[in-house]
Write a protein that binds this ligand. Structure first.
Ligand code: DNO
Length: 348
């Protein structure tokens, strides 16, 4: 596996030098953040990211994300120009040495939580999702914001989008995803880039908007839309694991055996009545079988990218919820340990 770590570019107070001090670090996971969704990234911005990471001795082989414009997800006639721009981004990134592009196909909102600073007994805080709290959230109010969301939407944009999505159920969304993939996957193949869709987080419909990358049946269907190795997955254990019906070890085993996992987001999550809480990565802190997940990867010879995912806020750190340095670094070390142990015992 190739260990990686999310770096939010030059604005991030967690620098590539800090990231490089985490043992076994291979690549940053980053993106160009100052270009509106749907536009082409300049070669200069891409090269700048790469050069900055290289100063710390790190590669820039994973992009998270090249976001997909809503017109593509909605299947509007204007989608073709956004798909053109997307293909151009793949070409430019491939040229710069990027090997894997993470993206998602969630309508309007990215990952969703109902509270970002839930305090645990040990004083750490983390992100949680409680269905009861969600009932009180008003997505159309325009004053809701989460760190993963596109903050450029105004109230009117959101209203319009919700109207437009009335015509898009999960079948339609699948069709629109297929249309997108049939265009971009051949380009990715030519450029030596693997596309890696991120599952929906949480993996169920939200605010009446459909979500389709949610479980085994849907992932199977997704992979068949374009049956190419370049059409693969970011398997996020915490996202899929938020639905207790998903057997995450089985999914990791199945899709890594098929060679369709290009990027792993490894984190734990604790299922509670009516929702879930993010925890430390450590197995006994949450509901997931972390050792089993890594064992499956090692058994199948997985050599793709891995990153620790959301961390708690600990030791008084403040910053982007889920993206502090300390707990993600602890997560990275735990992941290293699990891989070493699995390798050792499987080869013994
Ligand atoms: C959350 C992330 C997601 C992910 C996107 C991929 O922290 O895992 O925001 O980057 O869904 O497009």
């Amino acid at each position: 596996m190739k260990l990686s770590f999310r770096w939010y570019g030059e604005q991030d107070r967690i620098t590539p030098e800090m990231i490089a001090q985490i043992p076994n670090m291979y690549s940053v996971v980053t993106a160009v953040y100052d270009v509106p969704v749907g536009e082409v990234w300049s070669v200069e911005s891409i090269e700048r990211l790469k050069a900055r990471a290289a100063l710390a001795g790190l590669r820039t082989e994973v992009i998270e994300s090249v976001p997909v414009h809503e017109d593509i997800k909605l299947g509007l006639p204007t989608r073709d120009k956004y798909i053109e721009a997307y293909m151009e981004n793949i070409r430019r990134l491939g040229k710069a040495g990027v090997k894997c592009i993470c993206y998602n196909f969630m309508p309007v909102f990215d990952w969703t939580r109902t509270q970002l600073d839930k305090r645990a007994q040990d004083g750490s805080t983390s992100l949680v999702y409680y269905a009861k709290q969600l009932e009180h959230m008003q997505p159309l109010s325009g004053d809701m914001a989460l760190p993963g969301w596109d903050s450029s939407y105004q109230k009117e944009d959101l209203k319009r989008l919700f109207e437009q999505y009335k015509a898009v159920d999960s079948e339609k969304l699948f069709d629109n995803l297929g249309y997108f993939l049939r265009a971009v996957i051949p380009v990715a193949e030519q450029c030596g880039v693997n596309m890696a869709i991120h599952p929906d987080d949480p993996p169920w419909d939200i605010f009446g908007l459909p979500r389709i990358i949610t479980d085994e049946a849907h992932i199977d269907r997704f992979l068949k839309l374009v049956d190419s190795p370049a059409n693969g997955l970011t398997l996020c254990t915490g996202s899929l694991g938020a639905d207790g019906r998903n057997d995450v070890v089985k999914l990791v085993d199945k899709y890594s055996r098929m060679g369709r996992i290009h990027f792993m987001h490894i984190r734990n999550v604790k299922l509670v009545e009516g929702g879930f809480e993010e925890t430390a990565h450590e197995q006994r802190c949450g509901s997931l079988n972390m050792a089993g997940i890594v064992e499956a990867l090692v058994k199948n010879g997985f050599d793709g990218y891995v990153r620790p995912d959301h961390g708690r806020m600990i030791w008084g750190e403040t910053g982007k919820p889920g993206y502090g340095l300390y707990d993600r670094a602890l997560g990275a070390c735990y992941i290293n340990g699990l891989f070493d142990a699995a390798q050792h015992f499987l080869n013994a």
